[in-house]
Design a protein around this ligand. Structure first.
Ligand SMILES: O=C(O)CCC(=O)C(=O)O
Length: 316
């Protein structure tokens, strides 16, 4: 395992997973996506961006574990818990000192980038504690960090001149520069090259199997990060820990929503029973008959719940 400090707060870890383990993680991601597409995942775990976002490449399919993140907002909707495969990844990160037990993430966002898609500059929600980290899979790419990134520069621009090479500090080339150059997609083949030339922009190659830990100033609020367009499909797993206050607030919101839902069901049944002039069936009996998923789906339909978000920038 090798750790490379790229800038204060930014460290990349390589060699944490064997080739077989990487392949198994890719399979896990593909299966999760397939289950999401076919409606087999809980609640709102699976998210597909709107068609117009997809058309302009600003989109990625996502599967959310632990918490739903939509437009960089943390929402209280029902999603899948962290599965065993991801808990094992976290155990590996911990065993190798990437994260301490106290920093252990309780959420993960699986990002599935299609060929050509990109992620606009953003600062991860303040609802998440720092550090957080991202594991790159399927194909190598790079991420840009800086204070003056802008989304316009992320549009593919094949005619852009290659100036400044990797640009910025830390242009180390990763696995022989695979992420940026192996298939002819050097940084300069996209508009992102102009950001690469800016002194404050850092290009960080992301070889497959690498884990990038983001902390301190690199995690915002001034410094943003962005994924430029990439011609090949890529997967990433972003692990983050909800801040304590946010976790408590979300638990309270869900409890409140559950109480409201129970009261609503009770009122409906009583009204129905009154219309039939028969004794009301006790709501507790009805709720016992509902399985957990019905109840959670009911909760998710409640408006107040989903509007409960904490955010900095609503971007990706
Ligand atoms: O795909 C990546 O490497 C970065 C993902 C990211 O920035 C995010 O999920 O907020």
């Amino acid at each position: 395992m090798a750790a490379t400090v790229l800038r204060a707060g930014l460290c990349r870890f390589d060699g944490l997973f064997s080739a077989d383990e990487e392949a198994a993680l890719v399979d896990f991601c593909d299966e999760a996506l397939e289950r999401g597409r076919s409606g087999q995942l809980r609640g709102k775990s699976y998210q597909m961006p709107p068609a117009d976002w997809m058309a302009r490449g600003q989109g990625r399919e996502t599967v959310h574990f632990g918490v739903l993140v939509k437009c960089n907002k943390v929402l209280s909707a029902e999603v899948e818990a962290l599965p065993e495969a991801l808990l094992q990844v976290l155990a590996r990160l911990e065993a190798n000192g990437v994260l301490t037990p106290e920093q252990r993430p309780d959420t993960c966002c699986l990002n599935a980038y299609h060929a050509g898609s990109w992620l606009p500059p953003h600062v991860d929600s303040e609802a998440f504690a720092r550090p957080f980290c991202t594991l790159s899979l399927r194909s190598a790419h790079h991420v840009l960090f800086g204070e003056s990134l802008d989304a316009g520069g992320q549009q593919p621009n094949p005619s852009a001149a290659v100036e400044g090479g990797e640009g910025g500090e830390g242009g180390e080339g990763g696995e022989g520069g695979e992420g940026a150059t192996a298939d002819g997609v050097a940084n300069g083949h996209f508009g992102s090259v102009k950001h690469g030339a800016r002194p404050d922009t850092l290009h960080v190659p992301l070889p497959t199997g690498s884990v990038l830990r983001v902390d301190g100033a690199a995690a915002g609020p001034q410094c943003k990060h962005t994924i430029p367009p990439h011609p090949r499909a890529r997967l990433s797993l972003t692990f983050r820990r909800l801040g304590d206050a946010v976790r408590e607030r979300h638990a309270a919101l869900r409890a409140e929503a559950e109480r409201t839902l129970r009261a609503r069901i009770s009122r409906k049944r009583e009204a129905k029973a009154a219309r039939r002039k028969t004794p009301a069936v006790r709501v507790s009996h009805h709720l016992n008959l509902m399985n957990g998923l019905d109840l959670m789906n009911g909760l998710d339909r409640m408006n107040g719940l989903e509007s409960s978000s904490i955010e900095t920038e609503a971007r990706p």
